[in-house]
Design a protein around this ligand. Structure first.
Ligand code: GLC
Length: 545
């Protein structure tokens, strides 16, 4: 495949996710803010070298779900700043060639959103039908068996108006009724508002949830289902979620949404990435649209749940490559604000191999803030718990992966001004050794590895737009693949074990090591007798024979 100039920024670039509460606090209230992100743009564009940032929600919110309960879609919560600061952030990011994606939360609002307040005020309210209201069953119980992701029934009884309303998440997050055209128009106006403020795209929260069974039929039960799930979420996993989300009508919405985005493509192609927890590739791929006319990419979460074994990881990648519709662009994710940290899931050494994997596969990588320095899950004492999910289902609590970014070994890890009292979540114990400042000074740190990988990736078209070809015949602890264009062939070998392996690659005889994940090796190698150390990844440029 020849590198083509037709590839767009969101295909060749690398996205970095910022959880605004935890990135950088400039006011001293223990919570990160937009000004803090502006201060760190040089870090993102120059020190690290990513191409785009995705901000988790910063909208006015009662913070029942830390911003994923939006009370006003077209403003900034005073905790984070204001619209003028947001505009400055967009402008400063663009000056540095950083694209900015924001989180769109279309499935539900906060129960304090004026739309919901109006909707629940009386049964005749003009906005009653903006949400999903239903009568109780004859015995007074909820309309059907749907469950909330966060535990318990998905229905909340409203005494005043004598009906239940649907909430797929917290009861403070009532689901919007996307079958009402006014809801769609209102949300599309929100999209226009931000596009006109020059954002480059959206990450769409629980994108597949917006359309449900119009008859509100029960989900089928499957008590065995939880056994096949990597991180079972309690009762929620005892059902097949075929009626409460992912109704095929969802595709009409995303087709229209795409047209709206495309109508803003004049200056810069805009992008939409859907948060879609569907692990059946065929169904997952439908969100690209039959003619690639829906979301630009559904997030691919398969690497979040994989066993850290060469064969298992290769299977994820090969099956994705196989399932991708013609012309659809892949993507990979190793962490986000809902998942255990990468370095905790697999280990610190393994995180280095994982960084090489993420940044050398075919497709757009998304890096979660802090993973570039190896931040780990932080145990949260009960009195400091924040995440409501952690209260209903402790094993699902997400506070441990949302702790403050570790910038320095100084007071508050450089996250908050020194004189600050409490941070919204505690710092990791390891912040004096695991932080940006220190790792920049350690030549072989994970941060320096990530920087090298990002710089190399940006310079080598085979890695951004080249084809992917798995390589057979390597030891079972290793995963090897070729990334290639007509002009360039790059071999990646990742050793998932902690022992040294001898690898023999059939075909090419010699190569040049461009990068070892240990950052201590370069130069020519014989590919018929290559030694790869424990937890080492190698990027090797093949020398044409
Ligand atoms: C998504 C978000 C998560 C949030 C949920 C409800 O899964 O990533 O953080 O709690 O949606 O909005």
């Amino acid at each position: 495949m020849t590198p083509s100039t037709s590839h767009l920024w969101w295909q060749t670039g690398v996205i970095y996710q910022i959880y605004p509460r935890s990135f950088k606090d400039t006011t001293g209230n223990g919570v990160g803010d937009l000004r803090g992100i502006i201060e760190k743009l040089d870090y993102l564009s120059d020190t690290l070298g990513v191409d785009a940032i995705w901000l988790s929600p910063f909208y006015p919110s009662p913070m029942a779900d830390f911003g994923y309960d939006v009370a006003d879609y077209t403003d900034v919560d005073p905790l984070f700043g204001d619209l003028a600061t947001f505009d400055e952030l967009v402008a400063r990011a663009h000056e540095r060639n950083l694209q900015l994606l924001i989180d769109l939360v279309p499935n539900h609002t906060s129960d304090r959103h004026p739309w919901f307040i109006e909707s629940r005020s009386t049964r005749d309210s003009r906005k009653r039908d903006w949400y999903v209201w239903a009568d109780p069953q004859p015995d007074g119980s909820p309309p059907n068996n749907w469950l909330s992701v966060f535990g318990g029934s998905a229905w909340e009884w409203d005494e005043a108006t004598g009906q239940y309303y649907l909430h797929s998440f917290l009861k403070e997050q009532p689901d919007l009724n996307w079958r009402n055209p006014e809801v769609k128009e209102a949300m599309f106006d929100v999209v226009r508002f931000w596009l006109e403020r020059d954002v480059d795209g959206f990450r769409v929260d629980v994108a597949h949830y917006i359309m449900k069974d119009p008859q509100l039929r029960d989900n089928p039960l499957d008590p065995e289902r939880a056994k096949s799930i990597h991180r079972p979420m309690g009762d929620y996993d005892s059902q097949f979620h075929v009626r409460d989300s992912g109704h095929p009508d969802v595709h009409d919405v995303y087709r229209e949404f795409r047209q709206l985005l495309d109508s803003y493509n004049d200056e810069n192609p805009r992008v939409s990435i859907g948060e879609i927890h569907i692990f059946d590739w065929e169904e997952w791929a439908t969100y690209y649209g039959e003619d690639l006319d829906e979301l630009h990419m559904p997030f691919n979460f398969a690497l979040l749940n994989v066993d850290w074994r060469a064969e298992a990881v290769r299977k994820v990648v090969d099956s994705l490559e196989e399932a991708l519709p013609q012309g659809a662009w892949p993507n990979y994710v190793l962490g986000n604000h809902d998942e255990p940290r990468l370095a905790s899931r697999y280990g610190r050494e393994e995180a280095r191999v994982a960084a090489m994997l993420l940044l050398t596969l075919r497709g757009t990588p998304t890096i979660y803030y802090g993973d570039e320095i190896g931040m780990v899950d932080v145990p949260i004492p009960p009195e400091q718990l924040q995440d409501p999910w952690g209260e209903t289902l402790p094993q699902m609590g997400r506070d441990p992966c949302r702790t403050p970014m570790q910038w320095t070994g100084g007071p508050n890890a450089g996250f908050s001004p020194a004189q600050t009292g409490e941070l919204w979540l505690p710092l990791a114990d390891d912040y004096q050794s695991v932080n940006v400042e220190r790792e920049l000074g350690e030549p072989a740190s994970l941060l320096n590895l990530t920087r090298r990988l990002l710089a190399y990736r940006a310079a080598i078209p085979a890695l951004t737009v080249g084809g992917y070809e798995p390589v057979d015949g390597v030891p079972e602890t290793c995963y090897a693949y070729l990334r290639e264009t007509d002009e360039q062939r790059v071999l990646v070998i990742l050793n998932f074990s902690d022992r040294e392996e001898r690898v023999r690659i059939a075909g090419p005889e010699r190569g040049e090591i461009a990068l070892s994940s240990h950052l201590d090796r370069s130069g020519g190698v014989d590919l018929r007798a290559l030694s790869v150390r424990g937890n080492e990844g190698l990027i090797i440029e093949l020398v044409p024979s």
